[in-house]
Design a binder for this molecule. Sequence first.
Ligand code: ATP
Ligand code: F6P
Length: 462
Amino acid sequence: MPVYSISHVENVRVCVVMVGLPARGKSLIAQKIVRYLSWLSINSKCFNVGSYRRQIVSDTQVTAELFDPSNEEGMKYRQEAVNAATVDMMKWFLEENGVVGILDATNSTRERRDRILKLCRENLIEPMFLESFCSDQDLILQNILDVKTTSPDYANRDNDFATNDFLQRIKYYEEVYETMDENTDSDLTFIKLINVNSQIILNRIESYLESRIVYYVMNLHIKPRSIWLSRHGESEFNLTGQIGGDANLSERGWRYAKKLPELVLKSLGEENKHTNLTVWTSTLKRTQQTASFLPYKKKLQWKALDELDAGECDGMTYEQIEQEFPEDFKARDDDKYEYRYKGGESYRDIVIRLEPIIMELERQENILIITHQAVLRCLYAYFMNVPQEESPWMSIPLHTLIKLEPRAYLTLVSRIKADIPAVSTYKEKGTSQLGELMNGDSISKSRDLIKDSEGRVILENK
Ligand code: ATP
Ligand code: F6P
């Protein structure tokens, strides 16, 4: 039986209209929503009006004056940019079966919002406004330094010029900005985040899809933190090439478990060595044994982190599956994301059961997760935006600790190898053979290519 995503159940299309002054985190929130919904297989896309404006207005013209509401030419260009983005978004809804489109702009006046509202209604798309309101001046200045001084708007300009010009841009917007409120906007569907999430106003949230988006953004925070991911140490089943099961660690697997605390400390660095981590494992013995030498008090077991259930194939080797169930073996290679083992699970099923884990991860700070090959691929895919046709084929070797450091618009990845040999559990498409014994020193198929909100490609690989 196919598994439908929530958008199929309701047949609703939503246009999320971002609202707020510059440097309030709108683009970041918009991109995270797109990443989250895409991971859940909901067709979502962000339309950033700034990028359209940059195609219309040449770099040299982009100073704060462009945003002066009394600058008629500037207003004309900006209206052109929002029109172009809106037209593309509507086309995408209608021609590419878009489900959640995000119009990422300041949309700071009621007049602008009314126009978008009208267009959405004409096209039977549910408009949902998402405002980020922030009055914390220190945070705003920090945001400018973090992301605005390196924006393409300020290519070849120094930091002081960029900061002052951006502050002036905000002042111009403030002259006309109309925040959303429960009285004037009582008929509209909106979420208003006040000072990140210290206060949240919700108005007329109706569909299930809208409530998922609301729940997700309510859980976001911007405190710096890291997430560590590791597979369990090599298990006795790994040695024999069997999948699934609940085997103990092998001798080398125990060595990895003993070395893991040292790897974590190394990744924390001297100045953060006392940082307290929370450890999450699955309910299977091999992850708990791997966590057993970690000095952290808080260790939680999650059933949702258990390995992909191989159903009738549990305990078999890939070679045995190829011989006994050749059609299934081929079907899985043909579409590994969707293929569901008889009496077991598919990768899509794992993503669905991991959703509460992702939500909790967004809420938490420093977490170390010890889990399994397929589950780790799905978690990694969420953070690194890996498309679903690629994620089941990523190579994530044993005996390697992965550290993720979410930053505005990108996630830094570092991999710390234990230098303890382990078998490879990686099966290429079209064969039942596993790779060679390895030292855990490659992760070749993971994607390191990430784009920021303005389309700049950032290649990170520490
Ligand atoms: P612009 O209108 O110029 O495009 P923007 O509102 O889209 O600005 P972003 O570029 O997304 O702003 O700003 C990213 C910065 O905002 C990051 O440093 C991030 O930590 C911070 N941030 C994220 N969420 C929030 C929030 N809810 N309130 C304030 N700042 C936030
Ligand atoms: O072989 C180790 C293992 O964790 C199995 O228990 C699981 O079925 C498999 O990896 C998932 O990887 P793939 O989806 O590539 O078969």
